[in-house]
Design a protein around this ligand. Structure first.
Ligand code: B3K
Ligand code: ZN
Length: 877
């Protein structure tokens, strides 16, 4: 392995020179695009005179370079594989360069590349340096003028950031368009798109009465799949005005859909580029989950216009400043326009599964890391989701009103600047008067804090004593941890009345639902005037991203499931109750003892099904068992087979015991109303489909008939895909095989549906899943160069098919490692991401550890990209 060196937050210095204006001209050609850059540069006021000019640049062929119009001699500058140094420059000057790049050979999908026939860019974090020589860092903010020259036939549409100012014909079948972006921006927000695209257009009138044109650009065949994204965009624009007072600031806002994209989408100023999977929807091709994801991502990228673009990050260590805040903003938006309790349940259940696993693995890092080798590896659940949880805690700490005041202050004080996490938090401290010094540790300390809680009711005194103890386990590079400031929202639910009791702490009445502040390693809270024995409902709404343990009895949990006034904690009580039953069954499986179903779980589920009183979407969540991945997170050492067996046993026992109730729920929630992605319809479909899953787990005759019929009715993709998945995951191959084939043929031309077709087959529990992966990798619709396909086939298998990925012959690991080795050359960012399940090897039994480690070592023997080098060296440390 070569050894790339990490860069450190503590080494931050402003750049020696800054760019105030950037003028670019692209002359597009697949193998040889010419990029001319005219940079207006000046010395940074905080840096001394006489320092050389440094410009980042990778894989660029320099064709010419001139300073203030004078071509530079070869000894006046020095080029390396990282960039270009000009030894002597004046205080203020213009630098002209011309380089050649090859978009058609760019398989990393960073910088300027081709997707299908079209050109597009991805510059965050450090892709701009693959386009031209430039100070590629977010604290250099310039206005941009961009001219794009392309072929009139193959690239009739030429787009860049800002407003269009000029266009015209050129000789030889070429034409050009010029774009002007008046808002100073870092180069990671630069974008260019050129190709044969069609648009859907709409309009939005901002709160101050300005007209904005909205455009979604797609390939012609996708014109019918843009409506939901457009509606989502308008909702998001209105919401940001109302919730944050943020108005859009250009005359034009564009979204472009591209098929080859490493992430979900990118917030380039005025020209958002989207993975087609994150923008295109149609009831016949996309599931409810996709509709909701599209709404969330469209909003997320739009919200970045303020949290990220107008106010940006000083350096990449501050990434969560824009990402954590923007995720919090999109979560609040989605909660407002959908069912808020369900949103929270979904967020938390994902967070506790995936972010907790990251925190417990070799790549654990703080929300503000203090070092990295490759920033592309830090677009993580910790930076995004834990960052959002921190902002949520801040909002809860200062209260909604002060939070808004603080965010107003942040946006106005730092508009047009590149700032730090301290700048954000200090606005909140300033408006609220709170001391957030201890709170800042959330940003610097990695790992998931654990709280052990104990409670005791004193009948004679009518007092409830709550003891909380916190500790954060060591993470790589951070063995010592300090106590955090943890807001714990709670209630005390009276065991007689079943309702929340008034909370009196230190003589002060706090109402029936309050936040207490845990700041010490151990702290006691004494509630007085507690009239009856309570069961505590702790960490309501998941008020802090921690693991909280309390010695609840199963009766306590059944009680909370029935009585807790906090919808989130009711759901969580159900999860805890099921987990206790699962623990017993996992132990039974390991010891070869007969498995016995806990009747308290069955009873609790029966009540849920019979009462049928909740919001249907919430009820669907309540009826959903914890995933194998989440169960695994609770185990000291993961026993893949025991977890699968125990969970299947619970599923099937519930199905046997509650068969009639489930069938009734399935039938009463059938509907042939025209598809709409409304929260009500989505909830109803979710409930119906959960019921069907249970019935199919025992291959109940009527269940199988229902699944077959649901597939055949072909009403919408949510129902079709769910039915097909259940059939393919069952042993009913005589129904499943023809259905799968028909589906594959019908949608052969729709790449997004084919992604689903791949995923649902390779997640089947039967032992042929791995062979199917190998077989499907040869399918004409599959390509290792397309990240969506890699995720749909390889990612789905490795992450969602645990028993087959973790096969004891090591074939699952070998398959993933083979793919990683190929991707290391093609697309390092995706390689470093898809390898994740192998990096968690220490969580498994010895035999699997050996097998996984051997594959990691095999990969380590390759000539590694910095991305993989960083991940592998942490995993093997
Ligand atoms: N800011 C982009 C992330 C792109 C990173 C690529 N390495 C998407 C988002 O968070 O909105
Ligand atoms: Zn983002």
């Amino acid at each position: 392995m070569s050894e790339p060196q990490p860069i450190h937050l503590s080494d931050y210095r402003p750049p020696a020179h800054r760019v105030t204006r950037t003028e670019l001209t692209f002359d597009l050609a697949p193998g040889a695009t010419r990029v001319k850059a005219r940079l207006h540069l000046e010395r940074h006021p905080e840096r001394e005179a006489g320092e050389p000019l440094w410009l980042d640049g990778e894989s660029l062929v320099l064709k010419s370079i001139a300073l203030d119009g004078q071509p530079l001699e070869e000894d006046e500058y020095q080029q390396s594989n990282a960039g270009l140094k000009v030894h002597q420059v004046p205080e203020r000057f213009i630098l002209d360069t011309e380089v050649e790049i090859a978009p058609s050979e760019n398989t990393a999908l960073e910088g300027l590349y081709q997707s299908g026939g079209m050109y597009c860019t991805q510059c965050e974090a450090e892709g701009f340096r693959r386009i031209t020589f430039y100070p590629d860092r977010p604290d250099v903010m310039a206005t941009f003028t961009t001219t794009v020259i392309g072929d009139t036939q193959s690239e009739p549409i030429l787009l860049s950031n800002g407003n269009p100012t000029e266009r015209g014909e050129l000789p030889n079948g070429r034409h050009f368009a010029t774009w002007e972006d008046p808002h100073p921006k870092p180069c990671y927000l630069f974008a260019l798109v050129a190709g044969d695209l069609k648009k859907v257009e709409d309009h939005f009138t901002t709160m101050s009465g300005r007209e904005v044109t909205l455009q979604i650009w797609v390939e012609e065949e996708n014109l019918g799949k843009t409506e939901h994204a457009m509606e989502s965009l308008k909702r998001a624009m209105r919401w940001d005005e109302q919730a944050y007072g943020r108005e859009y600031d250009l005359d034009l806002f564009m979204i472009v859909a591209v098929n080859d994209f490493n992430m979900g989408a990118m917030e380039n100023k005025g020209l958002n580029i989207f993975n087609s999977a994150a923008v295109l929807t149609h009831s016949r091709t996309a599931t409810d989950a996709t509709f909701q994801r599209v709404e969330g991502i469209v909003a997320h990228e739009y919200f970045h216009n303020w949290s990220g673009n107008r106010v940006t990050c000083r350096d990449w260590f501050q990434l969560s400043l824009k990402e954590g805040f923007t995720v919090f903003r999109d979560q609040s938006f989605s909660a407002d326009v959908n069912s808020a309790p369900v949103k929270r349940i979904e967020e938390v259940s994902f967070f506790r599964t995936a972010q907790f696993a990251e925190d417990a693995g070799p790549t654990a890092h703080p929300v503000r890391p203090d070092q990295y080798i490759e920033i592309g590896n830090f677009y993580t659940l910790t930076i995004y989701e834990k960052g959002a949880e921190i902002v949520r805690m801040l909002c809860n700490l200062v209260g909604e009103e002060k939070f808004r005041e603080g965010s107003d202050l942040y946006f106005s004080r730092f508009d047009g600047q590149a700032v730090t996490i301290e700048d954000f938090v200090s606005c909140m401290a300033e408006v609220s008067g709170l001391d957030l010094t201890q709170f800042m540790r959330w940003y610097s300390q990695a790992g998931t804090p654990e709280i052990d809680a104990f409670g005791e009711y004193d009948y004679a005194r009518g007092q409830y004593r709550l003891l909380l103890r916190q500790r954060t386990p060591a993470t790589p590079g951070q063995s010592e941890k300090q106590a955090l400031h943890i807001p714990v929202r709670l209630g005390l639910v009276g065991t007689k009345s079943g309702s929340d009791l008034t909370l009196t702490l230190d003589g002060e009445s706090l109402g029936t639902d309050a936040v207490i502040h845990l700041r010490e390693e151990e702290q006691e809270f004494l509630f007085t005037d507690v009239e009856e024995a309570p069961v505590p409902s702790l960490l309501r709404g998941f008020s802090a991203p921690v693991k909280l343990a309390f010695p609840y009895s199963r009766e306590d949990l059944a009680f909370l499931l029935a009585n807790d006034s906090d919808g989130f904690n009711r759901w969580d009580a159900g999860q805890r109750l099921t987990l206790l039953a699962l623990d017993d069954l996992i132990a039974a499986h390991r010891n070869g003892v007969e498995k016995v179903m806990d009747s308290r779980v069955v009873d609790a589920f029966r009540i849920l099904l019979e009462e049928n009183s909740d919001d249907k979407a919430v009820l669907a969540e309540m009826l959903t068992l914890p995933s194998e991945a989440y169960i695994a997170e609770q185990q000291p050492l993961v026993d893949v087979d025991a977890i699968h067996a125990a969970r299947e046993f619970v599923r099937q026992s519930l199905a046997h015991e509650l068969r009639d109730e489930l069938l009734a729920v399935y039938r009463t929630n059938q509907s042939d109303a025209a598809y709409e992605p409304t929260p009500e319809q989505i909830g109803q479909r979710a409930l119906k489909n959960v019921a069907l899953s249970y019935l199919m787990s025992i291959e109940d005759e009527e269940g199988v008939e229902a699944a077959k019929a649901q597939f055949g009715t072909d009403h919408n993709m949510t129902d079709v895909r769910h039915a097909l998945t259940l059939l393919v995951h069952s042993s009913c191959s005589e129904i499943a095989d023809p259905a799968l084939k028909a589906f594959g043929q019908k949608w052969a031309q729709d790449p997004l549906v084919m992604d689903q077709w791949f995923s649902l087959q390779v997640t089947r529990p039967q032992p042929d899943a791995l062979d199917r992966v190998r077989y499907l990798m040869e399918h004409p619709a599959f390509s290792l160069k397309n990240p969506n396909k890699v995720r749909a086939l390889i990612g789905a298998f490795a992450n969602q098919n645990r028993i087959n990925f973790h096969r004891l012959d090591g074939e699952g690991y070998r398959l993933l490692a083979d793919v990683v080795i190929k991707l290391n050359r093609l697309n390092p960012e995706i390689a470093a991401r898809i390898i994740t399940p192998l990096t968690r090897w220490k969580r498994f039994d010895e035999q699997r550890q050996e097998l996984m480690k051997a594959e990691l070592e095999r990969i380590a023997g390759e000539d590694l990209s910095p991305n993989l080098y960083e991940v592998i060296s942490k995993a093997l440390a």
